[in-house]
Ligand binder design. Structure first.
Ligand code: NOJ
Ligand code: CA
Length: 557
């Protein structure tokens, strides 16, 4: 195996599978996925051929934002299990050669976190309040928010509190939901507490952390207003809210903690940053003494277009090379419209300048699912052939579409309420994974409703059904991942573009590997005897195979 738990730098080429625990698998028939459910299905991940799993937050949480509202960073949500279950998961995953990455949510806690309750009970100016970002309001009676910053989920980023004596009081900052108060990263208590959290989980054997909104946390001092007309979409450039210089020392501090584990049998631990930033800004986080890797969302946001993807790939690789880091490639996650549906939209690219609601533009527009499926198959062939690591969000290996018709009353994403019911949010990519059977709930218990309803037309897309079909998404993913492990040209390294028409991507990697993706109407002829894998069965004439529109092929060169 290319990345056994003893290989240092495994993250430079790892394929990481994202588990959204609530929707992965349910062991106790309550309709909510849990850790025992993950353990019971580790064989699916081992057979798939990934190197690691990243588990979205599993901490105690009121679940106002799918667990990205943490009330205790060093425990497990009872819906998901216990610390003993988490330990069992880590050790059983390791026994199968799978690394485990968990989610760190350092920009904000839940309002249920004991320190936030302490802050509410304490006086303005106290050290308890200083752990969060409390300010007096503007106006004669402090009735207006301290500045004009918007929340990513809609509305103002400030919420006024009632002081312990019953009077209207200070305001606290929340970049996301009102129940997710932002930590103050200038407070030494906060810095030390997160050091403790990192060590707590590293000591239990986790291999790394995905850092939630890693470009947030530190705010420009003085909290200056945004220019009057700045939409949240303009906040990825110079902004007092995001990507502040003060992040660097925190990242270095965390890197030193991860490096402290270099002498353990597992080797040093790693970080992957979640930050929707342009390349030049993003790769600063990957300087040698800072973070190891970062999601590279530029693949995800690119339209299904050869020119756009070519530019994205070339620029991504150059930017990462400039700091000596390995790139990663991402097609989807629990915040984004699923690739099968996205690539079936008339406009498949995302507006990168809108970090708040990248999914919003897709709701309510027609989807050509057949075309989306074809493209998603070609897209993963491209993704897994590129230099660096890759992320697979649960369900992508089954080709699941976005569930675009969830009933209003089933929606959980806070975006739905905070947008005044204008943005349906991200629940459509979080529907439970179909395991088996011909009708909903597909292997989940029929005794409890799954936390999000499952569609009635998913019988063909269950793990059980796809395992028996050599043309399924699952069969394609397994073939590609097995090849990726066996083929020394794949994973970290370099690539060279070959001459090709405008609507074709064609590149080589050494030794002896070539990938071709056709976006246009003119077939590309290849030598059929050199085909390693193709996104669909290619039409073949003698020793010539034709790669058609929205199809991809891997070749021995
Ligand atoms: C990014 C997470 O992926 C998303 O699900 C969450 O809502 C925000 N960060 C806030 O934590
Ligand atoms: Ca359960």
């Amino acid at each position: 195996m290319t990345s056994s738990p003893t290989t240092n730098d495994w993250w430079t080429s790892a394929v990481v599978y994202q588990v959204y625990p609530r929707s992965f698998a349910d062991s106790n028939a309550d309709g909510i996925g849990d850790i025992r459910g993950i353990i019971d299905h580790l064989d699916h991940l081992a057979a798939l051929g990934v190197d690691a799993l990243w588990i979205s937050p599993w901490y105690p949480s009121p679940m106002a934002d799918g667990g990205y509202d943490v009330s205790d960073y060093c425990d497990i949500n009872p819906d998901f299990g216990t610390l003993a279950d988490a330990d069992a998961l880590v050790s059983q995953a390791h026994a199968l050669g799978l690394r485990v990455i968990i989610d760190l949510v350092p920009n904000h806690s839940s309002q249920e976190h004991p320190w936030f309750k302490d802050a509410l009970a304490a006086a303005p100016g106290s050290m308890e309040r200083d752990r969060y970002i409390f300010r007096d309001g503007q106006g004669d009676n402090g009735e207006f928010p301290p500045n004009n910053w918007p929340s990513v989920f809609g509305g103002s980023a400030w919420q006024r509190v009632t002081e312990p004596n019953g009077t209207p009081g200070q305001w606290y900052l929340h970049f996301f939901d009102v129940s997710q108060p932002d930590w103050n990263w200038e407070s030494p208590d906060v810095l030390e507490e997160f050091d403790r959290v990192l060590r707590f989980w590293f000591d239990r054997g986790v291999d790394g952390f995905r850092i939630d909104v890693a470009n947030s946390m530190v705010k420009e001092s003085g909290l200056p207003d945004l220019p009057d007309d700045a939409a949240i979409g303009e906040l990825v450039g110079d902004s007092p809210m995001w990507d502040q210089p003060g992040l660097a020392p925190i990242q270095r501090r965390w890197r030193a903690i991860a490096d402290d584990y270099a002498d353990t049998p597992q080797g040093p631990r790693m970080f992957v940053a979640e930050a929707y930033l342009p390349h030049d800004r993003l790769v600063r986080y990957l300087e040698p003494d800072r973070l190891h890797t970062s999601f590279n969302f530029e693949f995800l946001i690119s339209a299904w277009k050869a020119s756009s993807l070519r530019t994205t790939i070339t620029e991504s690789l150059a930017a990462h090379e400039s700091v000596g880091a390995s790139a990663t490639w991402v097609l989807g996650n629990h915040d984004n419209f699923r690739p099968v549906s996205r690539y079936g939209k008339e406009i498949s690219g995302l507006d990168f300048s809108n970090p708040s609601a990248p999914h919003a533009q897709f709701h309510g527009t027609p989807t050509d699912v057949a075309r989306g499926r074809l493209r998603a198959r070609a897209a993963v062939m491209l993704e897994l052939a590129l230099p660096g690591g890759a992320y697979i969000y649960q369900g992508e290996e089954l080709g699941l579409p976005e569930v675009e018709d969830l009933p209003d009353e089933a929606l959980h994403d806070p975006t739905w309420e905070r947008s005044g019911h204008t943005d349906r949010g991200r629940d459509g990519c979080r529907v439970p994974l179909p395991w088996s059977g011909c009708a909903a709930p597909y292997g989940w218990s029929a005794n409890a409703n799954t936390w999000l309803p499952m569609p009635n037309n998913w019988a063909e897309w269950t793990v059980e059904s796809e395992q028996q079909d050599s043309t399924s998404f699952l069969a394609l993913y397994r073939t590609l991942l097995a090849e990726r492990r066996a083929n020394p040209a794949l994973g970290a390294g370099t690539m060279t573009w070959n001459e090709s028409g405008d609507e074709v991507l064609d590149f080589s990697r050494e030794p002896g590997f070539r990938c071709i993706v056709n976006f246009g109407g003119e077939d590309v002829a290849v030598d059929a005897t050199t085909v390693i894998a193709s996104s669909v069965t290619l039409s073949t004439h003698g020793t010539t195979a034709l790669v058609g529109r929205d199809q991809a092929v891997w070749l021995r060169a």
